[in-house]
Design a binder for this molecule. Structure first.
Ligand SMILES: NC(=O)c1ccc[n+]([C@@H]2O[C@H](COP(=O)([O-])OP(=O)(O)OC[C@H]3O[C@@H](n4cnc5c(N)ncnc54)[C@H](OP(=O)(O)O)[C@@H]3O)[C@@H](O)[C@H]2O)c1
Length: 199
């Protein structure tokens, strides 16, 4: 359910809990900035205080937008979920979020499997060295950087692969190779306010 503003978000959260037949949600985030985010966030804070959500956060908020929420918050945002992958590694946002004690969560960690994304020669070369798939190396790279990843798959084998990334470690030289793929290039291509020259 998508809502915006205090009253609609408060009511929407209660309605979502009712539909799921849950007492609480683990995490609720604002999907993107809309202009009345203070009011929407206040509804999340109230839900947190009432025990209806265990953590609250943001998505697609750039650094100044996150800071505006922090400045008016009584409950600190736990995460910002932003487009992050090999082609747009979000180094500046990562440093900012870390400095605020927030979790940097990556959406589209596999570049939405756009043509050529998993075929990049550098990625293929590193994957071959560890006898892993390019997808696994991509996810492990982000994980090693301290980024939470939420890959999506409908394929049971891919799901198993995506979970099996914690039993190997990329060497610093390979991390540097993968870092060299960063072009600050959005795949999802939205929203413009997330472009690094905007903050
Ligand atoms: N907050 C936001 O604004 C926002 C925006 C976009 C996405 N998201 C969220 O981010 C999550 C993931 O993003 P996404 O689905 O856009 O992109 P993604 O996870 O980067 O890519 C999904 C694609 O990768 C393929 N894939 C998954 N695992 C694979 C593997 N091991 N090997 C090869 N291919 C693999 C999937 O195909 P198969 O099914 O065939 O495996 C699918 O085509 C979703 O939960 C989505 O809701 C949030």
């Amino acid at each position: 359910m998508q809502t915006s503003g205090y009253a609609a978000t408060k009511a929407g959260l209660d309605e979502s809990l009712r539909r799921f037949n849950h007492d609480y949600f683990d995490l609720v985030i604002i999907h993107w900035p809309t202009g009345n985010d203070d009011e929407t966030y206040r509804a999340l804070e109230d839900a947190y205080q009432d025990g209806k959500v265990r953590a609250i956060g943001l998505s697609n908020f750039n650094a100044s937008q996150v800071q505006a929420i922090i400045d008016g918050a009584t409950v600190a945002p736990a995460i910002d979920q932003i487009e992050t992958h090999l082609l747009w590694q979000q180094k500046r946002m990562h440093a900012y979020l870390t400095s605020r004690g927030m979790v940097h969560e990556s959406y589209a960690p596999l570049g939405e499997n756009q043509p050529g994304f998993l075929d990049q020669p550098v990625l293929q070369k590193v994957a071959a060295r560890y006898h892993r798939t390019p997808a696994q190396v991509t996810l492990r790279f982000l994980n090693q950087e301290g980024i939470v990843v939420i890959p999506k798959t409908l394929d049971p084998q891919h799901m198993a692969d995506n979970l099996a990334i914690f039993d190997f470690t990329l060497a610093p030289a390979d991390v540097r190779l993968l870092e060299s793929l960063d072009k600050r290039q959005a795949i999802v291509g939205w929203p413009a306010t997330m472009q690094e020259d905007q903050y």
